[in-house]
Design a binder for this molecule. Structure first.
Ligand SMILES: Nc1nc2c(ncn2[C@@H]2O[C@H](COP(=O)(O)OP(=O)(O)OP(=O)(O)O)[C@@H](O)[C@H]2O)c(=O)[nH]1
Ligand SMILES: [Mg+2]
Length: 239
């Protein structure tokens, strides 16, 4: 089975996994430690502003740790800039242990085989541990998906971090968001650029430890919602 997956790849370069992590010392060691190291070239943890041992724990577990300006999208962008030049595929995922690295091979397969440019992991289509997604998050996902369908004609079901994209495809998107609008900007622009998109189910757990930076924090959720709505406005204007 493993041999089949490896021989099925036409990835000429390598795979860089990029993980933003802000005060995730309780989970990041588990996340980095569970990487499929035989398949990936590197795991980059972007640790901007943590006041705990996130960087040290990630490094001990085998990640390359870098810093960047504060912000979720800023961290993603810094990870892309820092990736080894010959990586031709990026995997993005969270550092809190909610995403399952066991799903990575499934998300990679269509990009590696050349069938897709962008594969989004959908938590709404997968199995969710009770309490891992708040009702408000599920509602927001439906609402945003409906808006994207209405405006751009493509039906996503989620806006999750866990995703795989070909380097050349990402470069064609000219990503501008440096906050929580990053995920949605990628999804909308992927449709606009007519990338070959797939959405596949992924399982989702509660965060292993630490504190939510978004969903469990009202102020941060409102800020993220504002940024996400701002993406619709900005991308519509062609920026
Ligand atoms: N480097 C960096 N990482 C961030 C920043 N904000 C959030 N993150 C990371 O982005 C990922 C997603 O944030 P979460 O707090 O898990 O957001 P969430 O999944 O909506 O909230 P939970 O449901 O509680 O997990 C986590 O790995 C965070 O550590 C930031 O400003 N900088
Ligand atoms: Mg989370």
């Amino acid at each position: 089975m493993i041999e089949e997956q490896v021989s099925g790849t036409d990835s000429q370069g390598g795979i860089s996994v990029i993980i933003p992590a802000l005060n995730e010392a309780e989970s990041i060691g588990h996340v980095v430690g569970s990487m499929p190291w035989d398949r990936i070239a590197e795991c980059i943890v972007v640790n901007n502003g943590s006041t705990d041992e996130t960087g040290l724990v990630a490094q001990m577990a085998g990640a390359r740790v870098i810093a960047s300006p504060r912000g979720y999208g800023a961290a993603m962008w810094a990870g892309v800039q820092a990736a080894q030049p010959n990586s031709d595929i990026f995997v993005f995922m969270d550092g809190d242990g909610a995403d399952n690295t066991a799903d990575m091979a499934k998300l990679l397969a269509p990009v590696e085989s050349g069938e897709a440019d962008f594969v989004l992991g959908s938590r709404l289509r997968g199995i969710r541990e009770p309490g891992s997604l708040l009702a408000s998050q599920i509602f927001a996902s439906y609402l945003i998906s409906a808006l994207v369908k209405l405006l751009y004609g493509f039906k996503y079901t989620d806006m999750a971090s866990f995703r795989v994209i070909r380097r050349s495809a990402l470069e064609s998107l000219d990503m501008q968001e440096r906050t929580f609008g990053w995920n949605l900007e990628m999804q909308i622009k992927a449709v606009q650029k007519k990338l070959r998109i797939q959405e596949l189910p992924v399982n989702y757990r509660r965060r292993i430890g630490g504190v939510s930076k978004v969903s469990g924090n009202l102020r941060a959720s409102m800020l993220a919602a504002t940024r996400i709505l701002g993406v619709f406005w900005r991308v519509r204007r062609g920026a």
